[in-house]
Design a protein around this ligand. Sequence first.
Ligand SMILES: [Zn+2]
Ligand SMILES: [Zn+2]
Length: 249
Amino acid sequence: MTVPVTSLQDLVERDRDHECEGFGSAKVCVRVVGVAELPTRFGAFRIVGFWNNRDAKEHIAIIKGDVLGADAVPARLHSECLTGDVLGSLRCDCRDQLIMALKKISAEPYGVVLYLRQEGRGIGLLNKIRAYSLQDQGLDTVEANLALGFRDDERDYAIAAHMLQSLTIRSVQLMTNNPKKVGALESYGIDVRGRLPHLIPPNPHNRFYLETKANRSGHFIDFGGKPRLTEQHDLVMVDGMPDALVEKE
Ligand SMILES: [Zn+2]
Ligand SMILES: [Zn+2]
């Protein structure tokens, strides 16, 4: 069933009856079901909607330029964060990370953001709120997740790997500070040609917090006057923010 693919739109027809053995332990399989233009305040993109055979989560890719068959495509895997992305929560820096990814990719010839609907590191929105509640009572983010019976990070990138393959992307440059993400994608057969640091510069208010986080997290980091490295769900601090809102570390 080889349907010639010359545009993103062709992927819909190609995938109409797509089935494969699936990726990862859940054997997840995805199909491209819709492609549309998506002009945004950060640039002109196209949006690609994916159906999957495991749950009703509607994952999407936001694409700049021609990624079909392309090599070393700048790629960002973003996990949905309703509180951060939409509401502008300061408990994390997801929104900043997402916007920075869109802006960066918009300035490149091509690139992709996979917007993965795995809210709260995969535990779901309601459980994330429960975890926040525990953090309000003094637990740190890892302890809170464990108290709710979850691993610290329930995210799985099998679906992302299949999405990249569905888009016929040959290899990626992963925009991340998290070495685990590189390894996870590679374990699903994705050719990761390199890592593009995804940095939000520290400011006098968050520097100590970020240094602490970096020392504990194992993320790539260098504070010798260089930008910090964090991953989604780090706290972001702004001027005038009361100490009471600061995540306990
Ligand atoms: Zn498949
Ligand atoms: Zn977040």
